[in-house]
Design a protein around this ligand. Structure first.
Ligand SMILES: NC(=O)c1ccc[n+]([C@@H]2O[C@H](COP(=O)([O-])OP(=O)(O)OC[C@H]3O[C@@H](n4cnc5c(N)ncnc54)[C@H](O)[C@@H]3O)[C@@H](O)[C@H]2O)c1
Length: 179
């Protein structure tokens, strides 16, 4: 798959694995949206990653549906689409045991790690399918190398391809779970 010029959105992109993903995508010539809930970290990450115009920062709380919809709007405004979505943002409750975890912490973790992913799928996947580039861009391998979908993507019609793509994204989500 030719990555140069393609667009990647990484939630939780201002630190840890997310920031590493952003840097790796930029090295491949992609345009990158660094999305994170920490505004200062977003600004710092974008400054460090370069000022070429290929990277923008968007402050996003993935646990809020409207915030993720705004992230998708901003992505389409800036880059015209999204080819790779990494629902990477995740948190872990501070308590060491399930029974010591407070109700508020359960809600926080669920809001970010579960609903954050749901919000990402709802805000992005329909628009990504509407781009109608999925089948054409998938050539030898998918970005995340989920080969199970390759044959289906190769031969399927648009509707089937959309269904497969959605499952592919959901699979990707469960391959990258929270803590
Ligand atoms: N590091 C590991 O060993 C490991 C293992 C299993 C799973 N994971 C998962 O991989 C992902 C990345 O892990 P990491 O080690 O880089 O974590 P990290 O804590 O270093 O980075 C997570 C990023 O998500 C951001 N974030 C937190 N809440 C957010 C919200 N509501 N909206 C948007 N952004 C938010 C944080 O600001 C941070 O920049 C996480 O989902 C994590 O749960 C990590």
């Amino acid at each position: 798959m030719e990555l140069s010029g393609k667009v990647a959105v990484v939630t939780g992109g201002a630190g840890g694995i997310g920031a590493a993903l952003c840097r790796a995508f930029l090295e491949k010539g992609m345009r990158v949206v660094v999305s994170d809930v920490r505004a200062d970290a977003v600004a710092e990450a974008v400054e460090q990653m370069g000022s070429s115009g290929d990277v923008i920062g968007v402050v996003t709380d993935v646990s809020a549906h409207a915030s993720v919809e705004a992230l998708a709007d901003r992505t389409w405004d800036a880059f015209g689409g999204c080819h790779v979505l990494c629902n990477n943002a995740g948190v872990g409750a501070p308590s060491s045991t399930v029974w010591e975890t407070t109700v508020n912490d359960w809600r926080w973790v669920h809001g970010v790690n579960v609903m954050g992913v749901v919000h990402g799928i709802l805000a992005f996947v329909p628009r990504m399918i509407a781009m109608d580039e999925i089948g054409r861009e998938r050539t030898d391998e998918s970005v995340l190398q989920f080969d199970v979908c390759d044959d289906a993507l190769e031969s399927a019609g648009r509707t089937e391809r959309a269904n497969t793509f959605t499952q592919w994204v959901c699979t990707a989500v469960y391959f990258c779970p929270g803590p």
